[in-house]
Write a new protein. Structure first.
Lengths: 245, 328
């Protein structure tokens, strides 16, 4: 029986060989997450794609998961790091449940725990390459927050990651209001996801919408959005420029 | 309890299944001055008796704030209690930092109990000699726990520990059923009345007790002397010859006794320095008649060996004997 002793090359800031042991770039990535608070809780949407660089390699990745009784976590960025985070949270929730004392972790606690994890990893120059969205409801209060890979963390009524920041948030800023009904919330999210589908090359037309309320978490079955490509300019793209193709 | 052959260390069981060292540690709790806790659905009150070692010293701090929503009162070896309070504060603040949420008091007492249990199962340790009444808020309301040196913890509606606590417990047993729905003011009054029971006849004054409150929407804090005295006045007739001692009944041990030994002194705005012979003598002259044949030998009656006698030994020649100058 042989053992391989893990090589400790020490500090990855000063020692180049230690670089092989820390995250330098992401490999399999998920694109935007968009989430909003609504009347009964929080709604979150994401597509099911996992890109390997410019290749859309995986088309059945669930990027939103329930955490404990009161929270929902969505992630964009490196999928393997998201899975690692789910393992950390699993342990956290397990220990919380083992107390068996009627107290449970709420979304605020989970969000802050994740902030600490992300920030501490960033300080070691070994980040978890994700932007996380944490939504939840506890004791009637809705909570929606975000943490980035460098540990920047905040709460808001509507959040989006990646391309969603640029394409979805302007829509949300104009059209979000407090106490949206479930139907209006879904319509708003679908509007954002449609824009992302048209304009983000890493988006695919297979999305899920997750809802979290006081009762718990439900993640919808995957479905696709209707798209329209018959715009006149698409039909004859070179109409205005002679000689181009 | 009598000495026996199974009580030498904590890791020895007796044939009847007892750990005597742990039981002796619980005796230490009974020696400390009384601490009382009671709770309603929304508030917890912790009170204790301020017993000083002697009339000259101040009393020890027995109630500690652990966090805005948790307080602890101790009885027994106060040094052990202080160390455990520091541990509790550190647990509470670490939790707060990581989760931005207050630590549930029910979980804190389990951590504390587990820590105490370790000391009952290591041959190189001794049990903590302090009982802790932990009061705090959690999602389900106000709670009061008692942690003992054995590593056990219990939840109570009201409890008292320390010397003469049985009198307080008897009082609380009569009244506890009504505490759940008590108002904050009634709860405080009951706590002070329970303290009075442990004093067994001594007149209750606000300087003799420390009272603290915490509750829903009310972070942990101590009640000041006036407030306590007002409550006392509602049920106690203060005899004329006892002045209301505004006193330092507050649990601030530090401030009580600035050092004034011997010929030196220090004070606010006055750095430490020695008083010279003349000054000391002047003070002595105000109360002592100096017989004619003894010239003023500046009294070094104080505890400052070194400085008090700079080369003024043997007097101004008026002494009969030849006094050898002191070697410095």
């Amino acid at each position: 029986m042989t053992f391989t002793i893990p090589i400790d090359n020490g500090d990855s800031v000063k020692n180049a060989e230690a670089d092989s042991q820390r995250t330098l770039y992401p490999y399999v990535t998920g694109t935007s997450i968009v989430a909003i608070k609504y009347k009964d809780g929080v709604l979150m949407a994401s597509d099911m794609g996992g890109s390997y660089g410019s290749t859309l390699r995986y088309k059945n990745i669930e990027r939103m998961k329930a955490i404990g009784k009161h929270s929902l976590l969505g992630a964009s960025g490196e999928i393997s790091d998201f899975q690692e985070i789910l393992r950390y949270l699993d342990e956290l929730v397990l220990n919380d449940n083992m107390w068996d004392d009627g107290n449970s972790l709420g979304p605020k606690e989970v969000h802050n725990y994740l902030t600490r994890v992300m920030y501490n990893r960033r300080n070691k120059f070994n980040p978890l390459w994700n932007t996380l969205v944490l939504g939840g409801v506890k004791n009637g209060e809705s909570y929606l927050g975000m943490v980035s890979m460098i540990g920047v963390s905040f709460e808001d009524n509507h959040v989006a990651t990646g391309f969603g920041n640029h394409l979805a948030r302007p829509i949300l800023r104009d059209e979000w209001h407090a106490d949206l009904s479930f139907e209006d919330g879904v319509k708003l999210l679908e509007k954002c996801m449609r824009v992302l589908l048209y304009r983000d090359r890493s988006a695919i037309n297979k999305l899920q919408i997750a809802k979290i309320t006081e009762e718990g978490v439900t993640v919808s079955q995957p479905y696709s959005l209707k798209t329209f490509w018959e715009f006149k300019a698409f039909n004859n793209p070179t109409a205005g420029a002679e000689g181009s193709w | 309890m009598f000495r026996n052959q199974y009580d030498t260390d904590v890791t020895t069981w007796s044939p009847t299944g007892r750990l005597f060292q742990v039981e002796y540690a619980m005796e230490a709790v009974k020696q400390g001055s009384a601490a009382i806790g009671l709770r309603s659905r929304s508030h917890v009150v912790l009170a204790c008796v301020n017993k000083a070692q002697s009339e000259l010293s101040s009393h020890q701090k027995k109630i500690f704030k652990v966090d805005d929503h948790i307080g602890v009162a101790i009885a027994g070896l106060t040094a052990d209690g202080r160390v455990l309070s520091r541990y509790m504060r550190s647990e509470a603040i670490n939790h707060s930092f990581t989760y931005e949420s207050p630590l549930h008091v029910g979980r804190l007492v389990v951590h504390l109990a587990d820590k105490a249990q370790v000391c009952t199962q290591r041959s190189w340790k001794r049990p903590y000699g302090v009982g802790l009444l932990v009061g705090g808020l959690d999602e389900s309301g106000a709670h009061l726990y008692y942690n003992c040196p054995s590593g056990n913890y219990f939840e109570y509606q009201a409890f008292a520990i320390g010397s003469r606590s049985q009198a307080a417990k008897t009082y609380l047993e009569r009244r506890f059923e009504s505490f759940g729905d008590s108002s904050r003011e009634d709860l405080i009054k009951d706590a002070i009345l329970a303290v009075r029971e442990t004093l067994q006849g001594e007149t209750l004054k606000s300087s003799l007790c420390t009272v603290s409150v915490l509750g829903v929407g009310e972070p942990f804090h101590f009640l000041d002397q006036e407030t306590i005295q007002k409550v006392i006045d509602t049920f106690e007739k203060v005899p004329e010859d006892e002045e209301g001692e505004a006193g330092e009944g507050e649990a601030e041990a530090a401030a009580a006794a600035p050092a004034e030994q011997g010929g030196g002194g220090a004070g606010v705005g006055e750095p430490f320095h020695f008083l010279d012979q003349e000054t000391i003598q002047k003070v002595i002259d105000t109360f002592e008649k100096v017989p004619e044949d003894e010239e003023g030998e500046a009294g070094e009656g104080e505890a400052e060996a070194a400085a008090a006698a700079p080369a003024e030994q043997g007097g101004g020649g008026a002494g009969d004997q030849d006094v050898a100058p002191m070697e410095m």
